[in-house]
Design a protein around this ligand. Structure first.
Ligand code: G3H
Ligand code: 13P
Ligand code: ZN
Length: 322
């Protein structure tokens, strides 16, 4: 089938108490790992490209890679989504070039500016059969090489969500309830340590999520920054020349809980990066004589596929939902 929008997917996910995984794509092996897992588990999937990804790979390549996946897995509902579109111009470019969903991220601007730019994108997108995600509240972490310090992050204010959605006509809303981008989501001083010395982060603000859902019944909510930073990958990376100290993510059971509620889209990028890097580092450490990229990238791609399969079954609950 051709690319789809997330409209139908989100409705089924909302009603069924599960979420769709939105996985970031940057190259062929990542697209392959994600879509092989989605195909095997018969799970709808969102492939999302950030501005950094579009710059790295060239957007034309990314669109064609996704088209290849559509051809290989014609039964699979796939959305091609722009992640963190900075303004109307970037969103328009993606809408005009085959994306079926865009995010306008004006969350760093004032409420009124956010309303205005999101409304403008939604108007253009809807005229072209494309759906729009916007964001209210600010996540901590790194996005497109811009670092938001933990102190500068702010939770979504539930008092603003009805007005925002009504005035912008966006199709889904990303909210800030304590997740953050990257592999260092929480400062060690925000966490406790378990008996193995691993950091345990503070719980997500389910009270905010529930209040937002009460004010927007039936409306799909999005969680960014939802990697869990698997410690087995951190360990492999660190044992093979890496230096990831105190990397910590969002516990998976909290994401599963969010997926049962109004969260219909869960964004995961860092866990794919960790899996890919762990596979490559381990391969090269075990086979110092190898220099054929197909040999070591294969192990990275295998890990990407395993991460996605695990998320689909254990976190999102989206398997066999096509
Ligand atoms: O939101 C951040 C995503 O992980 C994309 O990251 O901008 O480095 O491609 P990126
Ligand atoms: P992570 O860094 O937690 O994987 O978040 C990815 C994301 O939100 C992409 O928009
Ligand atoms: Zn994000």
């Amino acid at each position: 089938m051709p690319l789809v929008t997330s409209k139908e997917m989100f409705k089924k996910a909302y009603d069924g108490g599960y979420a769709i995984g939105a996985f970031n794509i940057n190259n062929m092996e990542i697209v392959q790992g994600i879509t092989e897992a989605a195909h095997e588990l018969q799970s709808p999937v969102i492939l999302q490209a950030s501005q950094g990804a579009r710059k790295y790979a060239n957007s034309v390549y990314l669109v064609k890679l996704v088209e290849a996946a559509l051809e290989l897995y014609p039964e699979l509902p796939i959305v091609l989504h722009l992640d963190h579109g900075a303004d109307f111009k970037v969103c328009k470019d993606c809408i005009d070039n085959g994306f079926t969903s865009v995010m306008i991220d004006y969350s760093g601007h004032s409420f009124e500016e956010n309303v205005e730019e999101s409304r403008r994108v939604a108007e253009y997108a809807h005229e072209h059969g494309v759906v729009v995600e916007a964001e209210l509240g600010t996540l901590a972490g790194i996005e497109d090489e811009v670092k938001v310090e933990h102190g500068a992050a702010s939770y979504t204010d539930p008092d603003q969500v009805e007005e925002f959605v009504k005035r912008t006509c966006v199709d889904s809303l990303a909210i800030a309830i304590g997740t953050s981008h990257g592999a260092y989501k929480f400062k060690p001083e925000q966490c406790t340590r378990n008996e193995k010395g691993i950091l345990v982060p503070p719980p997500l603000r389910f009270d905010i999520l529930e209040e937002v859902s009460r004010r927007l019944p039936g409306f799909p909510i999005v969680l960014h920054g939802s990697s869990s930073v698997p410690q087995e990958f951190v360990k492999i990376i660190n044992e093979n020349g890496g230096a990831l100290k105190d990397a910590v993510g969002v516990p998976e059971e909290q994401l599963r809980q969010a997926a049962r509620l109004s969260v219909c889209k869960i964004n995961i990028d860092s866990d794919l990066r960790l899996g890919l890097t762990a596979g490559i580092r381990q391969h090269l450490a075990e086979h110092p004589d190898h220099f054929d990229p197909r040999q070591y990238i294969t192990d990275g791609r295998t890990n990407v596929k395993a991460v996605v399969a695990h998320k689909i079954v254990e976190v999102l609950g989206s398997d066999h939902k096509i």
